[in-house]
Design a protein around this ligand. Structure first.
Ligand code: DUC
Ligand code: ZN
Ligand code: ZN
Ligand code: ZN
Length: 488
């Protein structure tokens, strides 16, 4: 039993002074002068903000790459998440070409269950298309707690779907009440441009940037948003990295398309100039797709849109590749595994670049780091809210904490921190997951296997009410006409 005393509760839609009592992993009471059993541990939360723990809906732990896996598994990855104030992650099952979605899902569950230190859910990527895949999408939604499917418009030859396949997946998502998530880049263009650059002798990390200009992120985002709008299927654009992609999302919203945009820690804080660094190890650490953009106005632009709900939530795309894994692409950038980290840094980055700059209120901070994800993925208010009956997943945020992000102190297993040297004002003083204190001023107290799989039901009201509104506008039958004229 735990009593959080003297803090200020911050939800997405309210702020108030109150104590919070926790028992059996759940918030049991919120108020003043709560009567608690004598053995209750009391945390003094004077000066702290009591917020729902972060939900990072975009991570890749233990992701298979070549014949190994990214270096953060579900233990070290969720430990890093908790260290940064994130108490729930959603990872991506990525089936191999031709592999059963159910078999891949079981594989991911077997890697995660028993290792996760915080609760988690799963999205499933659709990397190929057939009637079997169509069928298995149904089983995953009805029996396995999956309500989101990711498609790739890039990584031609092993993950990319073509336009008719995208049409089929979006239509199936709509039918099932699921969400279509999209990695939006034009894979055909990237293939051609990469060949050209390699022929010119540009083989280093800068080639990666040159092969994936932001216009092609904008083009693919436009295709995804257009398709989503025409099918009236909700679309979630993962890792919004550029102004071009963000502008397309804004245009879609103006037309009433149900689209969500997710900038990530890296796109809100970094620019792509690092990829030109003479030290290859340094340059390679920043390689991800779509690339971190060179235009220095991008991070603030994305934060401005996040502030006014034209972008909606944040992720990290945490995908921890070590220097030796990246080295596979030393003399050919197309062979380099993509990925940056950020599951630990996302909350601090959003606070520093959003709240500290006056763009986000603390309430909006809660919304874009937790509540909106809980609503979209249909786990609200169990998650994403400090309220009686909700899971006791909390972060006690100290606005006066100052910490400098660094590889010297981070939890992830990668050698380089892409946020190195960024001074963040505001950070998690205590983190509570499943009712247990996992971060306090003494350090981390995580337990492998303490997290649970959280099934996500389809047809989230938050998403599907908007879809149904648009459905009413649809033309469902042809025009009735007078009899045909006589033919000659
Ligand atoms: N981009 C992806 O699409 N997936 C994982 C890592 C990355 O950079
Ligand atoms: Zn992606
Ligand atoms: Zn640099
Ligand atoms: Zn990703």
């Amino acid at each position: 039993m735990l009593l959080i005393k003297g803090g200020k509760v911050v939800n997405a839609d309210e702020t108030f002074q109150a104590d919070v009592f926790i028992e059996d992993g759940v918030i049991k009471a919120i108020g003043h002068d709560l009567v608690c059993p004598r053995e209750t541990r009391v945390i003094n939360a004077d000066g702290l903000l009591v917020m729902p723990g972060g939900i990072d809906a975009h991570v890749h732990m233990q992701m298979p790459i070549f014949d190994s896996a990214t270096v953060d598994d579900f233990y070290t990855g969720t430990r890093a998440a908790l260290a940064g104030g994130t108490t729930m992650i959603i990872d991506f099952v990525v089936p191999k070409l031709g592999e059963s979605l159910l078999a891949a899902y079981d594989r991911w569950r077997s890697w995660a269950d028993g290792k996760v230190c915080c609760d988690y859910s799963l999205h499933v990527a659709i990397t190929w298309w057939s009637d079997v895949v169509r069928e298995e999408m149904g089983v995953l939604t009805k029996e396995r707690g999956v309500n989101s499917f990711k498609t790739f418009m890039a990584y031609k030859g092993y993950l990319m779907l073509n336009d008719p396949e995208l049409y089929a997946v979006f239509s199936r998502c709509k039918e099932l009440g699921a969400l279509a998530m999209v990695h939006a880049e034009n894979g055909n263009f990237i293939e051609e441009k990469s060949k050209e650059l390699l022929e010119m002798g540009i083989v280093g990390p800068e080639g990666h940037l040159m092969s994936r200009p932001e216009e092609i992120e904008g083009e693919a985002t436009n295709r995804a948003v257009t398709l989503g709008g025409l099918i009236n299927c909700p679309v979630y654009i993962v890792h919004v990295m550029s102004r071009s992609a963000a502008d397309v999302i804004v245009q879609g919203l103006k037309r009433g398309v149900v689209v969500y945009g997710e900038p990530i820690g890296a796109s809100l804080a970094l620019t792509g100039h690092h990829c030109y660094h003479a030290d290859w190890r340094h340059a390679a650490a920043y390689i991800m797709s779509p690339p971190i953009r060179e235009d220095p106005s991008t991070p603030a632009y994305l934060m401005d849109l996040l502030a006014c709900n034209l972008l909606h939530t944040t992720g990290s795309d945490h995908c921890a590749c070590s220097v030796s894994q990246k080295a596979r692409g030393y003399s050919n950038f197309t062979q380099m595994p993509n990925g940056v980290t950020g599951v630990e840094e996302r909350m601090s980055i959003v606070w520093q670049k959003g709240v500290r700059t006056g763009k986000l209120t603390p309430n909006r901070f809660v919304e874009v780091t937790s509540t909106t994800n809980a609503k979209i993925f249909n786990v609200y208010p169990r998650k994403g809210r400090v309220s009686v009956g909700s899971d006791a997943d909390l972060v006690l945020w100290d606005p006066s904490m100052v910490r400098v992000l660094s590889a010297k102190t981070h939890q992830t297993r990668v050698e380089i921190n892409v946020f190195e040297g960024i001074e963040c004002h505001g950070g998690p003083k205590y983190v509570i997951a499943g009712g247990k204190v996992v971060v306090d001023p003494e350090g981390l107290h995580v337990t492998a296997g303490a997290g649970r799989f959280v099934p996500n039901d389809c047809f989230s009201d938050f998403v599907y009410n908007r879809i149904e509104e648009r459905e009413k506008l649809k033309v469902t039958k042809g025009v009735e006409r007078s009899p045909p004229p006589k033919t000659a």
